[in-house]
Design a protein. Structure first.
Length: 298
């Protein structure tokens, strides 16, 4: 509830149970990226609104600023003609925190969403550091505040010149098998650049394949951290395996590591390392996304 004036809402006591749920929810406090509004909403439970009833209301809101950070590592490009060109590998490390308890468990672990992607980013950083032959500069980013509106990636994109970013591999929920079976993952916004086709080609002859996002109606292209840079023209796509329309663990306390297929997840990370080789070495450059073909509404 974000009232634009002070409100008193009269509620039928028959709705007391629903109201109690709302009370429990608001008591937990929540993280928002905006300062709270100046107005309060007070709810009174009563059978009939009675004009003669007088209210005296005191409301108290505690606002505590929380400092949050992206975690970013940079592997400078080894080719001085290519070092100004960047390739981003990213995920988000925040999740939902403490939510409505289910069978005594109130911790939303976020193993798939998005510790799986964050694991990929760390593994890729280790891999490319060991190889140490990247012509382009590689940026490994674990974003914060994705779940409350993508604020970490929005801040990140303002620190860089989007023109210098050649591609973004955003990795979101790769812990379970995709609907295409083992050794597959899908790429969102597949037709918006030739990033996906390029990666597909680079995997020919390997057991792994990338597919276009099978759930366009879910708007996944706009629901993850790639969207901000995509709006600026960067071929920025999300790689995922999640069967989101039927994923019962999504955003629940049951998104736990035991539910992940770690062998398949390793295959996804290996495929990202392999298929990105040409982009990392500067031999391949995906086409830019046309910002006019992308919804600009954040
Ligand atoms: Zn996520």
């Amino acid at each position: 509830m974000e009232p634009t004036e002070n409100l008193i809402v009269i509620l039928d006591p028959a709705r007391a149970e629903d109201f109690q749920r709302l009370v429990d929810y608001t008591k937990r406090g929540r993280l928002t990226a905006e300062k709270p509004g100046a107005y309060s909403c007070v709810v009174a439970l009563m059978t009939t609104p009675n004009a003669g009833v007088k209210f005296r209301v005191a409301a108290n809101t505690i606002v505590r600023p929380v400092e949050i950070r992206n975690v970013v590592g940079v592997l400078p490009g080894k080719d001085k003609d290519r070092a100004a060109e960047m390739v981003v590998f990213s995920s988000h490390y925040d999740h939902l925190g403490i939510i409505e308890p289910v069978a005594g468990d109130k911790i939303a672990n976020g193993a798939d969403d998005d510790a799986s992607g964050t694991t990929a980013v760390v593994a890729l950083a280790e891999y490319f550091k060991k190889k140490n032959d990247n012509a382009r500069t590689l940026v490994f980013a674990a974003f914060t505040a994705e779940e409350i509106g993508g604020f970490g990636s929005q801040y990140f994109s303002r620190q860089l010149d989007a023109k210098q970013i050649m591609a973004m591999f955003n990795i979101e929920m790769i812990g379970k098998q995709s609907k295409f079976g083992p050794n597959t993952a899908f790429i969102t916004g597949f037709d918006k650049s030739d990033f996906g086709k390029l990666l597909q080609r680079n995997l020919i002859g390997t057991p792994f394949r990338f597919e276009p996002d099978p759930y366009p109606e879910q708007n996944l292209f706009y629901r993850s951290d790639n969207a901000t840079l995509a709006r600026l023209g960067v071929p920025a796509h999300t790689i995922s395996t999640d069967q989101i329309p039927t994923d019962k663990r999504y955003h629940t306390v049951d998104d736990e590591i035991e539910t992940l297929d770690l062998a398949n997840m390793t295959a996804v990370i290996t495929a990202i390392a392999r298929s990105s080789a040409g982009i990392v070495s500067g031999q391949q450059t995906p086409t830019r996304i046309n910002p006019e073909a992308v919804s600009q509404r954040p």
